[in-house]
Design a protein around this ligand. Structure first.
Ligand code: GLC
Ligand code: CA
Length: 614
């Protein structure tokens, strides 16, 4: 039923698709920039003074914004770019170095922006190009860089390219997409499933299933052919075997790089290529929430050809000054596969492919010290010295606080995840609302669902609305998100207590914990670049490690991953660090604020302690 419960490597959309399934289970319970448009040679950002010379993204905190849900500035109930600009001060205060904005390009909004109909403009519901230029310019003043979401795998079916491509087989754009004549419905071996999608006596050529339900092949009568779509049928896949596609897409990226964006988050990037021989994907048995047979993705995901494109992309982006960055949405089965996305020893592909193995590692994500230790060690050691990017939350999955939470200590568990995120040797990627402990608020009635997979999958799959609810700023109307009572998704009832205003005033809040940790990370060389050594490695209940640059203060971190108190003695012998003086830098329990020795530290349930050792 759930790909993650099967003993097959799971990758890509499968992972969050199944996470959405778990959600069902969980549910039970100013004018254009005054600087003008930056030229291709404009510097993106001056580095923050307190930082070392390493590229900015190595020590960065990157914050994902779902633009519909962050801040509405014009009262239509939908977040927008001017809303984001108005909140840059908040982001700077949180220690955010860059924001990744989910797609804000013109779109029919079938997949809320992941179906793009024009790559070189802004959807009017989010603002204008001038608003984007202003966001980039204002961000620059506050050292908040702008990273855009780039959807290269597919366009909207309303994109001019597809309109032309699907008009005739001889149209010059026809070969920009993935077409197939299909096979005769009465050919030997055709399955009942294929027959479900019969048109004019033809059926899809194989068993490829869309991640969003139904066959991945859609019939177009005008050309008497099927086109391939990994996602919704309104998201036809581009044919990356055609060099014109690469040229057009790199051109779109350059359009934004020229305007001064700091880089891109590459959507569904392992999906660019499909098997040209159209082999069937492996049958896994059973039926998924959308009513389709469970199949693997051997022939539709993570094909080796993609790496040639990524190397050329890296070379293209590297021509721009200011350390522009490529971040990848890389759900992969293991760290060895992840390493390939960095370009292995050559370091010539993505700077930051996301490690989804720590934050989204299983069916029942739970705090497990052994598994965290193992995964964190792996991503530090098996990627040829590349920089890990750790992430626990995004717009496709039940929020981490709900996946990892136990329903009793959720706030402490959220703090523990934050401690892991900010103190390991990794770039940190977070999702709006994570810093507040916002929970997933899944719709309870099908008629309220907005995400199409939640409508077609109801009630087994309720979609992704729950993790996309409006940001909770205040205890006032619409949580300060909008002046309009009709917000695009409802404001969760928790907003009265879980919001920026209330949490800013509470020194023990989740928000202040995130702020404290990001400030430590910004200020302490050991946390910026220090090597990481695991401590007390046989301990199944406590995750502990030390970060050290070899000179100056080291930073020791200890987190209790259980609901019972744990006493630990952290032995630094063998690390070359001598601990004369120990003091607490941050602790989420008062009893830990006076720790002066690494012997017999008693960590209350789910407590985090961060100390300096000199
Ligand atoms: C990625 C996005 C997801 C989107 C899909 C298709 O997985 O994160 O939100 O639906 O790609 O673009
Ligand atoms: Ca708006």
């Amino acid at each position: 039923m759930n790909p993650r419960s099967l003993s097959v490597p799971c990758t890509g959309r499968q992972l969050w698709r199944s996470a959405a399934l778990s959600a069902a289970v969980l549910a039970l319970f100013l004018s254009p920039s005054i600087f003008g448009v930056p030229s291709a040679t404009a510097e993106v950002q001056a580095p923050v003074a307190s930082r070392s010379a390493a590229p900015w993204w190595k020590q960065a905190v990157v914050y994902e914004i779902y633009p519909r849900s962050f801040q509405d500035s014009n009262g239509d109930g939908i977040g927008d770019l001017n809303g984001i600009t108005s909140r840059l001060g908040y982001l700077q205060g949180l220690g955010v170095d860059a924001i990744w904005i989910a797609p804000m390009y013109p779109s029919p909004q079938v997949d809320f922006g992941y179906d793009i109909s024009n790559y070189e403009a802004v959807d009017p519901q989010y603002g204008t190009l001038a608003d984007m230029d202003r966001l980039i310019a204002e961000g620059k003043k506050l050292h908040v860089r702008i990273v855009l979401d780039m959807v290269l795998n597919h366009t909207s079916d309303k994109h001019q390219w597809f309109i032309e491509a699907s008009s005739s087989r001889t149209d010059p754009k026809h070969d920009w997409y993935v077409w197939n004549d299909g096979i005769a419905a009465d050919a030997p071996g055709v399955t009942d499933y294929q027959k479900r999608f019969e048109h004019d006596g033809r059926v899809p050529p194989n068993n490829w299933v869309s991640g969003f339900g139904g066959s991945a092949w859609e019939w177009v009568p005008a050309v008497h052919q099927f086109y391939y779509h990994e996602f919704y049928k309104q998201q036809p896949d581009l044919n990356w075997r055609n060099p014109a596609v690469e040229k057009a897409m790199f051109g779109a990226m350059q359009f934004w790089l020229d305007r001064g964006v700091a880089g891109f988050r590459l959507d569904a990037i392992p999906n660019l290529f499909e098997d040209p021989l159209l082999h069937n994907n492996p049958e896994l048995g059973g039926i998924n929430a959308q009513g389709d047979p469970n199949v693997g993705d051997t022939y539709t995901n993570n094909l080796p050809e993609v790496h040639d494109v990524i190397r050329r992309m890296r070379a293209m982006v590297a021509k721009y000054p200011g350390d522009r960055v490529l971040i990848g949405e890389t759900y992969l089965p293991n760290t060895a596969e992840l390493d390939k996305w960095y370009g292995g020893a050559a370091h010539n592909e993505l700077q930051l492919p996301m490690d989804m193995l720590i934050g989204f590692h299983g069916d029942h994500d739970k705090l497990d010290a052994d598994s965290f230790r193992q995964h964190i060690e792996e991503v530090q050691t098996l990627v040829h010295g590349s920089q890990p990017l750790i992430v626990f939350d995004n717009h496709d999955n039940v929020r981490a606080i709900d996946r990892y939470g136990d329903g009793v200590h959720d706030d402490l568990i959220n703090k523990t995840l934050a401690t892991t995120l900010f103190t390991t040797k990794a770039t940190a990627l977070m999702y709006y609302g994570e810093e507040l402990g916002m929970h997933t608020t899944t719709p309870t009635r099908r008629e309220d669902v907005r995400d199409p997979i939640g409508i077609t999958g109801w009630p087994k799959q309720k979609g992704r609305d729950g993790e996309r609810t409006p940001m909770q700023w205040t205890a006032g109307p619409q949580a300060g998100f909008s002046t309009n009572p009709q917000t695009w998704l409802p404001i969760p009832p928790s907003y009265k207590t879980v919001n920026v205003a209330v949490e800013s005033r509470d020194p023990n809040s989740e928000l202040n914990w995130f702020k404290q940790l990001s400030a430590l990370r910004r200020d302490l060389p050991a946390l910026q670049s220090g090597a990481m050594t695991m401590l007390d490695t046989d301990n199944h209940s406590v995750l502990a490690y030390v970060r050290s640059t070899g000179s100056g203060a080291s930073v020791v971190v200890a987190m209790n991953f259980t609901a019972t108190p744990q006493t630990v003695t952290l032995n630094l012998s063998g690390t070359g660090i001598t601990a004369h003086s120990v003091k607490t830098l941050a602790a989420d329990d008062d009893s830990l604020k006076t720790v002066t020795t690494l012997d017999n530290i008693t960590l209350p349930p789910f407590a985090s302690w961060v100390g300096s050792v000199q």
